[in-house]
Design a protein around this ligand. Structure first.
Ligand SMILES: [Zn+2]
Length: 277
């Protein structure tokens, strides 16, 4: 099938909840674009990507570029997060007709792998990211029920109380916006790094810890009801290929000319299941 056919199928499932980022009116499909009653028009690219953002001229991000996302995809595809995907699958699996929104989806590899496991064509996956490079790659995965949309994470073009499951995987995001989008009985699955996450890289470069788990926990507790908190820690062997994926997907390494080789990497995550208070 053509990208535009897939786009239309996704649009048909989402037409009741998609809104114009300028005026919050319904978006209608016409002439390969989406248009609201006030004539705000958003074109759909050949890759099936639409930019539902207030500015049509997005700055090219020097760090979050295609190279980073391709390496991130390859790293995730190498299996380092498979158990995270299993865990998320376990949480979501019984839902019928659910809309799942990933806030800060990047190139969508987590979403694609989770959706493949769920294997339920009634589910609808939507990835939102500000990076057009990321969403263009996301839309490699586009089929009838998965689509990536370029949008501002602080002004997501989706109606209030319309999402069943929000994923927020290792990505900063606007908590108020997540609460606005979530249905009353919906859940947020939020994955944050533990202090051991990728510590081998920081150790070898003498970079100090970058996240404080306790502060993250306190913030989450203030905003949400915590249904469950799970931890995951595992150290993997790295070969030349996966080492290269890793250093090319890690923004903090941009300032280093050469990275000493490391042979192991630790994936250490907190996985929260959250509800509205
Ligand atoms: Zn409008």
């Amino acid at each position: 099938m053509k990208k535009m056919d897939y786009f239309v199928n996704n649009y048909n499932r989402l037409s009741e909840i998609l809104i114009c980022p300028f005026c919050a009116e319904k978006l209608n499909f016409c002439d390969n674009s989406l248009k609201c009653v006030n004539n705000h028009t958003f074109n759909i690219s050949k890759k099936g990507t639409i930019i539902l953002y207030k500015t049509s001229k997005l700055k090219q991000d020097k760090i979050y570029n295609k190279n980073l996302f391709v390496n991130r995809r390859n790293f995730i595809d190498s299996g380092f997060y498979d158990e995270l995907h299993d865990k998320i699958y376990d949480i979501i699996q019984n839902g019928e007709n659910q809309k799942i929104l990933d806030m800060g989806s990047g190139e969508g590899t987590h979403d694609y792998k989770i959706l493949k496991k769920l294997n339920n064509s009634n589910l609808q996956m939507i990835g939102i990211d500000l990076s057009k490079d990321g969403i263009d790659l996301y839309n490699d995965y586009m089929s009838d029920n998965i689509i990536g949309i370029v949008s501002d994470l602080n002004n997501v073009p989706i109606k209030d109380n319309s999402i069943d499951v929000i994923l927020n995987i290792l990505s900063p995001s606007n908590e108020n916006e997540m609460l606005r989008l979530l249905k009353k009985d919906g859940i947020i699955i939020k994955v944050t790094p533990k202090k051991q996450y990728l510590h081998e890289i920081r150790d070898i470069l003498n970079i100090k810890e970058y996240e404080n788990e306790d502060i993250i926990f306190d913030n989450i507790k203030k905003k949400y009801e915590i249904i469950e908190k799970d931890e995951y820690i595992k150290t993997f062997k790295l070969d030349d290929k996966t080492f290269n994926y890793l250093i090319n997907m890690t923004p903090l390494l941009n300032n280093y000319k050469e990275i000493p080789k490391i042979y192991e990497i630790t994936i250490a995550l907190n996985i929260y299941i959250l509800r509205k208070k």
